[in-house]
Ligand binder design. Sequence first.
Ligand SMILES: *Cc1c(COP(=O)(O)O)cnc(C)c1O
Length: 402
Amino acid sequence: MSEAAIGGRLAIEGGAPVRTSLLSYGGQWITDDDVAAVAEALRSPWLTGGVRIDEFERALAEYVGAAHAVAVNSGTAALHVAAFGAGVGPGDEVITTPMTFVASANSVLFHGGLPVFVDIDPVTLNLDPLAAEAAITRRTRAILVVHYAGHPCDLDALRELTRRYSIPLIEDAAHALGARFHGTPVGRDSDFAVFSFHPVKLITTGEGGAVVCREEEAATQMRTFRSHGIPSTGREREAQGRWQYDMEALGYNYRLTDFQCALGLRQLTRAEAFVARRRELAAWYRRGLADCEGLELPVERPESESAWHLYPVRLRLERLRVDRDRIFAALRAEGIGVSVHYKPVHLHSYYRERFGFREGQFPVAEAAFHRLLTLPLFPRMSDRDVDDVIAAVRKVIEHYRR
Ligand SMILES: *Cc1c(COP(=O)(O)O)cnc(C)c1O
């Protein structure tokens, strides 16, 4: 990064970029020990259905302080499984947020249910509990929230609401492993909380996910759903010297392999270090960008500790001469792998065409969407990388200021 690159012409207009190699917005951190643990699992007799799944589930439950964990082969599968555990079925309504990845709402459709979107809080961009309450009908089967960017939702208000209506709260906590609310880890005391272990998430198993829950019966049902609706496992049957199995319900094959669990077990031991580094990077961004007039930075409410899965800034478009997509392109040209989280779910073609959703229905989410830009944030980022992002953002925003 040269002084000329920082102060000079934008790369998108032919100037020198802040970086010559693209810094991605997120990514895993794999060590030699991780690789060795996976190799060991690959040499063991059970590549799938072995003991490591139990070990990983126990370790994950312990990490979040949950009673039970059910591991599956993606966060999306975990959402499908959690909605099953919550009893979502055909014709059921599930109140949820449009400001998320499509998989959250899709999990309701997988069961023949109907996602009922409500608007979001303009500060945290999490589902607004008052809007949720206003949308409750006799057909409401659950509320499905997303801890956006790793910042916990208002769990006090949401739990009070779901208890009052005797419906479960499903938390899509794909961003929020390691986050805390009133000092308590997200996932502890949850009816259902879902995690993802995709490489951009806090810990990774390649693909992978899990549901944590309080009730043993729900955990048992979800384990059966994960494996064809057959309650016994192959390993149990082998140990008992029997072949007989019975399919009790319609299930899927959502099993996580033993070598993925080996990686997950290793990664979990570093989860706290990953969160700490993410929190450090977020604080660094705040210091480096607080006085940047074209930007609104994400905040952390006093009762919350965000896991800082994302660092989504909002552009103050009234102070800029260009739109978000131009800023996006300009930062990409500077070598900064910015991203957008999210195009609201109801604006995707499938949702528009199948359900007739249109622009204007959820104004807070839609207004945020047009201003959102996610800056790179992942534990392996070097101090130099952070400085590059800050320099590039300042350069681009300053250039396009009104
Ligand atoms: C990543 C993510 C998912 C899906 O998880 P996968 O493991 O990729 O299937 C669901 N919801 C949210 C909010 C996510 O960020």
